[in-house]
Design a protein. Sequence first.
Length: 160
Amino acid sequence: MNPKFIHLNLHSDYSIRDGLCKIDLLLEKVLKFNICCISLTDFYSISGIIKFINKCYFYGIKPVIGIDIFIYYKKGINKESHLVTLLVINEIGYKNLMKLSSKFLILNNISNLDKNFIYYKDIIKYNEGLIFLFYFDKNSCIGKYYIFNNLDLIKKIVLF
């Protein structure tokens, strides 16, 4: 099977913030469309990962796991957060994802999801084995920096 498209940002019903997709139904559709690989990147949650991995292996689909999370970044007196998708590429990345997810749950009040984040310093500490997908649109912090040609600040954020 030659993949023509691999979805790298998908939320299931295990996502804390959004997502209604049931893992079983999702994988049935993935099989129907001959997709060989799919990711699960629930907001703030790794709760569905074990079920997702087991079901993917059962159906012969390659699982990619991760989470969507906001990173809190402070520069001078400005405080900003950046939405990032973290994808696991190896066992170290899996362990680091577990650490970041645990830190998130310890730090935050789940009842106020618009204010929740993980600290940038934790991302620096636990980035090994992870791929970071930064959102880039006109409303994202990185998109705004790009519009105003502030490439130095973009580099500072993404090149830790």
